[in-house]
Design a protein around this ligand. Structure first.
Ligand code: TNX
Length: 521
């Protein structure tokens, strides 16, 4: 009881624009109301319940006169977010602002590559970081301290204000990701951009695109045009597929970068390759192209790894994609290979590792690749209880995507229409309530690069379907990846998620109304 009284006395998260809550009495039915609804929960947050910073036209975003282009871009992003409530343009120091919102870099502060320090006073906000990324994450916190009406710029008469206080913050893990399977069904670039925007709100920084599988090849390869002409022509269930041209992909990558998100392309091999096998007969041992595949079985296809045609193919594909991918990573899949011997598989993975390295990228592969002779630079993405501990033992890094916790395509409960259930049902609490550092024996905190929620799309036909499976579990992935273990708590999380329903609705995101949450109106 004492705890809820205290919570009520603090600022209501969803009602951040409203005056303070009336004092609670023991007879009033108490609805748990957190002091704030910031997700992922910051490392340190102290809010003052007596004063607020009110956004009005005397408020203006201010940067140093000699600020870098990237800092100016973050300031522009914030101006757009606050429009039309604050004054309309970024100002530079020297030009007076009634109520400045100052963004600056200060290398003398030890805030890390993505941390920030946000101080909100009644007449001034200061946001400091070591990097533009840190400023961007501070902006997302500021955004979440504002009422959800900030997501409705056209709303008439909305009042934006936020509690005064101080937040100092930095992420636990450098890898905070989600994966979109755009192969089983194709997701157009405009829909992927909506995901990118939502990821940014929750401080996720890695978007892994599963660009090829049995059912579809989704990125143009200029030297191998049939991959998209044939391999990209259909999808699960049949009907037209789709693909990104290289220009569209590059645009997507740049859009993600403007939100400090690195795109990781995945070309799954040697299995999950029917779309490629159907496009180029030479990749098959019998030189006969199989028909296109529109079902949802896995494991039946494999490149003819010992044929002379395969390595040049792999080289062409990796070279072309690496050339339009500024990020450090290239994901080669490597999962669920049933048609090769272990020796063939290991030899293939080791040769692909060389191709990836020679194109200047760090290789990532699913857990099955761990027994190969991987370099320390290679990253293993664990999805079942696999041998990723082998990689940790050799000093390599592991990304955790355990299917019974983070597979965003698993059904929430037995009534969920979309999704699969082979790894179990994954309600919100299941996704949230565990600790990455103790999950796999032999893969401790120091070996963990971070976490990622894969969203496989066998059953997802359109953006709304992808969204319904991703939200709200994506918020759990975000908090697992960002917040220190000591700051994470299911009851606190569930109270904060309650306030995000309205925000997700305002953003037009189709989310699952988990019965584990007392959604705020
Ligand atoms: C396993 S996870 C797969 C995918 C499926 C997914 C469905 C992984 C590396 N392979 O091919 O789409 O399950 O949940």
């Amino acid at each position: 009881m004492k705890k809820s009284l205290l919570a009520l006395a603090l600022i209501s998260a969803a009602g951040a624009c409203a005056p303070q809550q009336p004092p609670a009495t023991a007879t009033v039915p108490v609805r748990e109301s957190p002091a704030h609804a910031v997700i992922p929960v910051p490392r340190s947050i102290t809010l003052d319940r007596t004063e607020r910073f009110v956004l009005d036209t005397s408020a203006a975003v201010v940067i140093d006169a000699n600020a870098s282009k990237e800092v100016a871009q973050v300031a522009d992003y914030l101006v757009k977010l606050l429009a039309p409530s604050a004054s309309g343009a970024v100002r530079t120091t020297g030009m007076a602002a009634g109520k400045p919102i100052r963004l600056s870099l200060d290398p003398s502060r030890s805030l890390g590559a993505e941390g920030y320090d946000l101080t909100v006073g009644a007449r001034e906000i200061t946001l400091v970081a070591n990097t533009p990324a840190g400023l961007f994450y501070g902006v997302q916190t500021l955004r979440q301290l504002l009422p959800y009406s900030v997501e409705h710029p056209a709303a008439v008469g909305r009042k934006l204000s936020l509690p005064t206080g101080r937040i100092t913050d930095a992420p636990r893990f450098e890898w905070r990701g989600m994966m979109l399977d755009v192969s089983r069904h194709f997701l157009p670039a405009t829909d992927v951009k909506r995901f990118i925007d939502a990821m940014a709100l929750y401080k996720l920084n890695r978007l892994h695109l599963h660009l090829s599988d049995d059912q579809g090849w989704r990125i143009e390869i200029e030297s191998r045009p049939a991959l998209t002409e044939i391999g990209g022509s259909t999808k699960v269930g049949g009907g037209p597929g789709g693909f990104y041209t290289q220009a569209e992909y590059a645009d997507l990558v740049a859009y993600a970068a403007s939100r400090f998100i690195t795109v990781i392309p995945e070309i799954d091999m040697p299995a999950h390759t029917n779309a490629a096998l159907a496009s180029y007969p030479d990749l098959n041992c019998d030189k006969v192209a199989p028909p296109l595949y529109t079902g949802i079985k896995v494991g039946f296809s494999a490149l003819c790894v010992d044929s002379a045609s395969v390595l040049p193919f792999v080289q062409d594909v990796i070279r072309e994609i690496a050339a339009i991918t500024p990020g450090d990573y290239f994901h080669i899949g490597g999962d669920e290979v049933k048609k090769l011997t272990k020796a063939q598989y290991i030899r293939f993975i080791e040769s692909v590792q060389q191709v990836v390295a020679s194109n200047g990228k760090r290789m990532i592969g699913w857990g099955e690749i761990a027994p190969a002779a991987l370099t320390q630079n290679t990253i293993v993405q664990s999805w079942i209880r696999d041998s990723s501990a082998l990689h940790a033992a050799r000093g390599g890094k592991v990304i955790l995507s355990p299917s019974p916790k983070l597979y965003l395509d698993m059904k929430y409960d037995s009534a969920t229409v979309l999704g699969l259930a082979w790894a179990g049902l994954v309600e919100l609490r299941t996704a949230y309530d565990w600790d990455p550092a103790t999950f796999i024996p032999g893969v401790g905190e120091a070996s963990i690069l971070g976490v990622e929620g894969p969203l496989w799309s066998e059953t997802l036909e359109k953006a709304e379907d992808y969204e319904r499976m991703a939200f709200p579990r994506l918020l759990a992935v975000a908090e697992l990846g960002w917040s220190p273990a000591a700051a994470r708590d299911w009851n606190s999380f569930r109270a904060r998620v309650a306030a995000h329903g309205a925000r997700m609705s305002a953003l037009g995101l189709n989310f699952y109304r988990s019965p584990q949450i007392d959604w705020q109106p």
